[in-house]
Design a binder for this molecule. Structure first.
Ligand SMILES: [Zn+2]
Length: 73
């Protein structure tokens, strides 16, 4: 493998990692319609919660678990 190929490969890896990060950040940003049911456990999400958090995708229980795990970085 020559030098240019290695450079190309490294660039692709960086690109892929960046795309992953952007995708996971985007997933966490509330936007659009709120889910009627939790995407994790399938429980229905209270209308009040959906109104308070536009684009909410998780029920209170799953949101708490996620917050405790500190995945919102
Ligand atoms: Zn849930």
């Amino acid at each position: 493998m020559n030098h240019e190929d290695q450079l190309e490969l490294a660039t692709q890896n960086i690109q892929a990692a960046t795309d992953d990060r952007v995708a996971s950040i985007c997933k966490r940003l509330p936007k659009g319609e709120s889910a009627t049911h939790c995407v994790d456990c399938g429980l229905s999400i209270a209308q009040a919660r959906r109104d308070a958090l536009p684009g909410v995708q998780h029920c209170i229980s799953c949101q708490e678990i996620e917050d405790q795990h500190g995945t919102h970085r």
